[in-house]
Design a protein around this ligand. Sequence first.
Ligand code: G
Ligand code: G
Ligand code: MN
Ligand code: NA
Length: 254
Amino acid sequence: LELENKLRAAIKKHELSVYYQPQVDIREFKVRRVEALLRWFPEDGKPVPPSDFIPVAERAHLIGKIGYWVLEQACLQVKEWQSVGIENIRVAVNLSAQQFVGKKLVEDVKELIKKYGIEGRLLEFEITESILLEDLENVKEVLLELRKMDITVAIDDFGTGYSSLKYLQKLPIDSLKIDRSFIRELAENPNNKSIVNTIISLGHNLNLSVVAEGVEDKKMVAFLCERQCDFIQGYYFYKPMPVEEVTKILAQES
Ligand code: G
Ligand code: G
Ligand code: MN
Ligand code: NA
C-alpha cells in the first residue's frame, strides 16, 4: 500500500516517463521499430523498476490511466518524428490484461489516432499470456478491431506461457517476441538453440515476424542472423533510452 500511495503521488508529480528501446531490422541493420518502456524516476530516490510498480498499478487499478498515458506518448512521438522527417518508425506499447476489459481500448486508440493524425500501422501492441485469463472471445474482438485500424499485435515473452500456442490458433497476431530466457545462454545451451530455431520457423510458417529480445553479444547476433530472425532487441545494439537519445539515432539513419 505504501508503494501504491507513492505511485499515485508519482503520477501527479509527473515522475513517470517513457523510454524507447530500438529494434534492429536484421536485413538492413537499421532501426525500424522501437518499444516504449515505462520508467519511474522518483525525485528523492532510486529508480523503481517496472517489474515492481506495474503489478502494483494493476492491483490498484491504476494501469488503465497509466496505460492510456503511455499510448498517448507513443502517438505524440510518432507525430513528432514524422514532423522532423523520421518516417515509418513503429512504436510498440505493452498492454496489461485489464486494458482488454470492454471496448475502452479500441475507443481510446481511435480517438488518439485521430487527434494526432497518425497511421495505425505505426503502432504495435505487445500482449502476454496473462490476457488468456480474460475472456478470449472479447480479446479476439478487440484485436480484430485493432487490425481494422492497421495496428499490429506482438506476443511478448513468447514461449514462457503455458499455452502460448493457443494465442496463435485463436487470435490475429503479427509478431512473436522470443523471451530473453531462451536468448540468454544461446551459445552454451543446445536446448535453447533448438527452441529459438523452432520459434523462428513457427513464426515464419505462420507469416509472423520474429523479434529476439535480450540480445547481449555478437555470438547471439550471428546465430540469429544465420537463422533469419527478423528483428533484434537488446543491449548489444541499444538499451532503453530517453526520447532525445533515440531521436538522434533515428535522425542519423533516416
Ligand atoms: O524495461 P523493463 O525490462 O524493466 O520492463 C519490465 C517489464 O515491464 C516488462 O515486462 C514490460 O513488459 C513491462 N512494461 C514496461 N512498460 C510497460 C507499460 O507501459 N505497460 C505495461 N503494462 N507494462 C510495461
Ligand atoms: O517483458 P518485456 O519484453 O516487455 O520487457 C523488456 C525488458 O527487457 C525491458 O525492461 C528492457 O530493459 C529489458 N531488456 C532489453 N534488452 C535487454 C538485454 O539485452 N538484456 C537484458 N538483461 N534485459 C534487456
Ligand atoms: Mn515488451
Ligand atoms: Na519480453
